[in-house]
Structures are given as C-alpha cells and as structure tokens.
Design a protein around this ligand. Sequence first.
Ligand SMILES: [Zn+2]
Length: 216
Amino acid sequence: MNDYVAFYSKLDEQGKKKFEEKFKQFLSAVKISGANAEVEDLDRVLIGAAAVIPIYYIPDWEYINLREVLLYPGNFNMEFEQHGNERLISGMVGTGGLENVMIISKWELRQGFINNKNNRNTAIHEFVHLIDKMDGTLDGVPELLLQRKSIVQWQNLIQLTMEQIRRGESDIDIYGATSPVECFAVISEYFFEQPELFSSNHPELNEMLQLIYVRK
Ligand SMILES: [Zn+2]
C-alpha cells in the first residue's frame, strides 16, 4: 500500500490504521471479479484504496450503491465489447441491468496509481460518481456531503470552471468540460492526486472540495 498509494503513505500510524479498517470493510462488502482479466492482489489493493480515499474523512460511509466491481483487461466501448473499435471507456458505473456494478479497466486502474505526476486516477473518478449518485441523482452535486446553503455556490463554481476549461484557461483535464457530473469527478481526481498543486492553482475549488471531502 505504501508503495502505490501516496495518500496512504502520507498518513501517520493512527491514520493508516483507520485507512486499513475502512479498506477491509469495503473489500468485505463488495465483490471484485475479473472479466477476461485476472484479479491480482494488487488490483484488490488499488480498488480498495480508490474506494477509501474519497470517503476517508467521512464517518460511517458505506457504498450501498455498489455490489460488484468488474475488472476488464483494457478499455471497452458502450456495448461492453472488449475488442471493438471504440474502446474509449476506461471505467464506468453501471445503470439498468448493471445497476450497482462498476466496471474498470485493469490497465487504467494501475496507471492511476503508478503515475503520480498527472492529475488522473480512473478508479477514484468512478468512486466519485458513486458518491455523487448516492443521493439518488447523478448530477454533479453530492447532496449528502455538501450543506444545502453551499449548493448554489458549488453549481456556479462548476459552471465557471467548465467555461475556463473550454477556453483553454485551465490545467484541468478537458474531459471536465463535458458536464457538471464529469467536472466534479475530474477535479476530484486532481484534488486527491496532487493536493498541493490543486490548492495553489484552484483555491476556490479546493475550499469547496475540502468542505465536501475533508469537512473542516
Ligand atoms: Zn466519469
């Protein structure tokens, strides 16, 4: 865990213990299966870590909207074919028949943790969607974690951020301009991957994400 998970390695002894408890609780509640991919111990560690990182400071959080994580070898397309032409998707949270299922590419899962120099972590991104969805709507507003009085401010800030990305005036990944849902997930990846850089480049967003995830 120390070698791959920077968030964990920065915690003190007591913090690591708390992380491990949440990690074990997650892995005992959610099934991880391979779809033409072997689920190795490292994959379990990384999926569990990606689940715990965004909710580490939130007491008693359970991903009640997740029952299984499906590990694919590489990217996939919307029809879940692993060998089509448009293997563009590296992770997703399912709907319909795949409700409560997350699909993630093994390759992307590992890249997210091996490469700490960028602002990307696909697994964390997908868990942020689950957090967003926990209040019943996937809309870019985590109602359970954000106080009601801050919601309008949050929505305005997300709109402003998307406009800045579109104008090329931001170092946030272009995918964040897709929708408020993706914007929330993309900035959260950046926030957890490069906390110092994020807070210095995006003080206002940082303040809001602190309210959501860190709550102090
Ligand atoms: Zn997404």
